[in-house]
Design a protein around this ligand. Structure first.
Ligand code: AMP
Ligand code: GLY
Length: 423
C-alpha cells in the first residue's frame, strides 16, 4: 500500500520511521517532510492546508492511506474534502472530520461534550463580548489562579493562567474585545484551576473500537524546572512513572470509554487519534484538553514503544476493523530530548548546519525542523531534532540521549538538561 503522511515535524518523522518498517508498505510519501523523512520515503513539497495540492499527490501516486499529522488541516476539514470528492472518497484518512475535530478546535465544544457524557473536567463557563460583564462576575466567584482559554486554535498560546483578579478581568477584555488571539478568542472559556501533575494518553479509534497507545509526559516550558515561555514541547518520557495500573484503569473507565461511547451516542464518526491531556488531581484523572492528533514530542517516545505493526492498525482503523486487532508495547522506557534553535520560542535563526548526527549511537535522531541544502543538513525551525533513547527506566534512557547530544552541535543550539526532573 502507498501511504502519505502530512506534516513536517518530529511527530511525522517518528510515524514515518515506524511505518517504513511495515511489510504492508509499498511506497511512503511525506508532505512536506524534513531531512529525516527523506531517508525513509519521498518528500513532496506542499502545504498540508492546500487540499487541492494534496489531492494531486494522492491521485498521482495511488495513495490509499493518508495520515494527517497536525491539527490544522483536520480542523479546516481535510477529511470532509476527501469524503466529498468522487476520486478521493475511497482513500482512508486517519484524522477526524471537521465536526469531530472541534474536540480540539473549540474548547467550548470539548467542554460541552465532556459535560454531556459525564467525563471529569474542570468546572467552566464560556463568554463572548456580548456578556463580558457576566464574565467579570464569574471570575469574582472563583479562587485564584484564574484560567482563561481562547475557544479556538491559538498555536498552543491561547491559555492564560493568572494570579490577580484585576489582571484576569483585563485579559478577558483583551481577548474578547481586542481579539488578543484573533478570531480564536472571540469566545473565551473560563475554568476552575486544577492543581496536579499532567500526562498525555492516546488512542487510535475507528469510532467504535480503539487501541490504547503508551502514555507519555511532555515538558512544555523552555526553562529548566519547567519555567518560562511555553514551547511546542522540549522533551518527553514514556511510560509515565506516576501513572500506575490503578490510575490508568481509572482513565480508561472514566475518560477513554465514555469518550468513545459519547462519540457514538452523538453519532459523530471518528477515525484517527485522540490525545487526552489529563491532569492527576489527588488520585483522580480530569481532562484538561482533547487533541485530534498525536502529540509532539510525545509521538517520538510513544511510537518507538509500539511493537505491533502500526500500518496494520491504521489500515484496520480505516476499514472499521479495529476490534480485530490488539497492540503490544516494549517494556523498556523511551525518552526524548528536543534540541532547539537559540531564541526559540521567540525569534530564532534558521539555516545553521547541524554537525555530528552521524556519530549518534543507540539513540534515534528524529528530525523536527531540518532541511537539506547543498548536501548539508541545516536547521529549519524552532524545534530541530529530538534525540530518543530506550532504557530499563526513564533515567537510563535519558542518560543515553544526553550522551549522544554531546556529539551534536549547531550554532546557538539549546536544550533542557532536566527532562524527567519531577518524576
Ligand atoms: P490546554 O491548551 O487546554 O492544554 O492548556 C495548556 C496548559 O495550560 C495545560 O497543559 C495545563 O498545563 C494548563 N491548564 C489548562 N487548563 C488548566 C486548568 N483548568 N487548571 C490548571 N492548569 C490548566
Ligand atoms: N506536546 C503537546 C502537543 O502536542 O500538543
Amino acid at each position: 500500500m502507498n501511504v502519505l503522511i502530512l506534516g513536517a515535524g518530529g511527530r511525522e518523522h517518528a510515524l514515518s520511521w515506524k511505518i517504513a518498517q511495515s511489510e504492508l508498505l509499498t511506497k511512503l510519501f511525506i508532505a512536506p517532510g524534513n531531512a529525516g523523512t527523506l531517508e525513509l520515503g519521498t518528500n513532496v513539497m506542499l502545504d498540508p492546508n492546500d487540499f487541492e495540492a494534496v489531492k494531486k499527490v494522492v491521485l498521482k501516486n495511488n495513495i490509499e492511506l493518508v495520515i494527517v499529522g497536525p491539527e490544522d488541516p483536520l480542523v479546516k476539514g481535510i477529511h470532509d474534502f476527501f469524503l466529498n470528492d468522487e476520486t478521493l472518497k475511497s482513500v482512508a484518512v486517519i484524522g477526524p472530520e471537521k465536526y469531530a475535530a472541534q474536540l480540539e478546535g473549540s474548547k467550548e465544544f470539548a467542554k460541552e461534550f465532556m459535560s454531556r457524557h459525564h467525563i471529569p473536567t474542570a468546572a467552566y463557563k464560556s463568554f463572548t463580548s456580548q456578556n463580558l460583564e457576566e464574565g467579570y462576575q464569574f471570575l469574582e466567584t472563583l479562587n485564584k489562579p484564574y484560567v482563561l482559554k481562547a475557544d479556538g486554535l491559538a498555536g498552543g498560546k491561547g491559555v492564560l493562567i493568572l494570579n490577580d483578579l484585576q489582571e484576569a478581568k483585563d485579559e478577558l477584555k483583551e481577548m474578547l474585545t481586542n481579539q488578543k488571539f484573533g478570531a480564536a478568542s472571540s469566545k473565551v472559556v473560563i475554568e476552575e484551576f486544577l492543581d496536579g501533575i499532567e500526562l498525555s494518553c492516546f488512542v487510535l479509534t475507528d469510532g467504535k473500537s480503539y487501541v490504547n497507545f503508551p502514555n507519555a509526559k511532555d515538558y512544555k516550558r523552555i526553562g529548566e524546572g519547567d519555567i518560562g515561555l511555553n514551547t511546542g514541547g522540549m522533551g518527553a518520557v514514556s511510560p509515565v512513572p506516576f501513572a500506575d495500573d490503578d490510575f490508568m484503569q481509572k482513565i480508561e473507565e472514566r475518560v477513554i470509554k465514555p469518550t468513545i461511547e459519547g462519540l457514538q451516542k452523538d453519532s459523530i464518526p471518528y477515525k484517527g487519534f485522540i490525545f487526552f491531556g489529563i491532569i492527576k488531581v489527588g488520585n483522580e484523572p480530569k481532562v484538561i484538553e482533547y487533541n485530534c492528533r498525536m502529540g509532539d514530542p510525545e509521538t517520538e517516545v510513544v511510537i518507538p514503544r509500539i511493537k505491533s505493526d502500526l500500518l496494520e492498525l491504521l489500515i484496520a482503523a480505516g476499514q472499521n476493523e479495529l476490534h480485530t486487532k490488539t497492540i503490544n508495547f516494549e517494556e523498556d522506557s523511551a525518552c526524548t530530548v528536543m534540541l532547539v534553535s537559540g531564541g526559540y520560542p521567540e525569534a530564532y535563526e534558521k539555516g545553521k548546519e547541524i554537525h555530528g548526527l552521524e556519530k549518534v549511537k543507540n539513540s534515534i535522531a528524529f528530525h523536527a525542523g531540518t532541511t537539506i541544502e547543498k548536501n548539508k543538513i541545516i536547521t529549519n525551525g524552532g524545534r530541530v531534532i529530538a534525540i530518543t533513547s530506550y532504557g530499563n527506566n526513564f533515567r537510563s534512557a535519558l542518560n543515553q540521549s544526553y550522551q549522544n547530544i554531546e556529539k551534536i552541535s549547531f550554532d546557538k543550539m539549546n536544550f533542557r538538561t532536566d527532562i524527567g526532573f519531577d518524576l
